[in-house]
Design a protein around this ligand. Structure first.
Ligand code: ATP
Ligand code: GCO
Length: 184
């Protein structure tokens, strides 16, 4: 089974790309934003960036969802910022990974779990800011964009990831992702 996590800063297109991809592949999809507790949404709406304590329980919930899909034999897509390496580690391995000091052990567990492919939607802040200015009816204010870039640790090897430019159209982004999928 393949579990995809569409990741990136606010406004990079995770929700848009995640839902188009789900439609194209006929896979189940989840949006991380739907699983934030109300306190987190309130904080963001007030223009305060989330911290690790705010994000860790939320990421654990998302990890459980991915594991449930994997164990019931389903492919699935999750749109989730997953900004830091530690956050991606939690999505792959669960809560212990957040506090583990044993990098080697965590790496082994990740390789064993290793089915999650991160798709990093990457692009210039100026373009994303323009898109956020135009976006209507969303709780996330565009002033938080800089804090998202400050927190971002782009994925690097040996993480399981691909990087896609968000400067392309949504349909190009989706086709590029589909081409790179490890599907038989
Ligand atoms: N490739 C693209 N080309 C043009 N516009 C895009 C593209 N991807 C997304 N958008 C637009 O940019 C805005 C931000 O996209 P979206 O809401 O999907 O981002 P997001 O990463 O889910 O944001 P957040 O994390 O804040 O929920 C939306 O208005 C969307 O329509
Ligand atoms: O990790 C985070 O700071 C959050 O997940 C944000 O990225 C928001 O959820 C999203 O961007 C707003 O829609």
């Amino acid at each position: 089974m393949v579990q995809l996590v569409v990741m990136g800063v606010s406004g990079s297109g995770k929700t848009t790309v995640g839902s188009h991809l789900a439609e194209k592949l006929g896979w189940k999809s989840y949006d991380g934003d739907d699983y934030h507790p109300p306190e987190n949404k309130k904080k963001m709406a007030e223009g305060i960036p989330l911290n690790d304590q705010d994000r860790i329980p939320w990421l654990c919930k998302l990890h459980d969802i991915l594991m449930r899909e994997e164990s019931s034999g389903q492919n699935a897509i999750l749109a989730c910022s997953a900004l830091k390496k530690m956050y991606r580690r939690i999505l792959v391995s669960g809560t212990e990974a957040a506090y583990s000091k044993n990098d080697e052990l965590e790496k082994q567990k990740e390789t064993a779990a290793g089915k999650i492919l991160f798709i990093h939607l990457d692009g210039p802040k100026e373009l994303i800011a323009k898109r956020l200015e135009k976006r209507k009816g969303h709780f996330m204010p565009s002033e938080l964009l800089q804090s998202q870039f400050d927190a971002l640790e782009p994925p690097t090897a040996p993480e399981n990831f691909i990087t896609i430019s968000l400067e392309k159209s949504v349909s190009e982004v989706v086709s590029e992702i589909v081409k790179s999928l490890p599907l038989k």
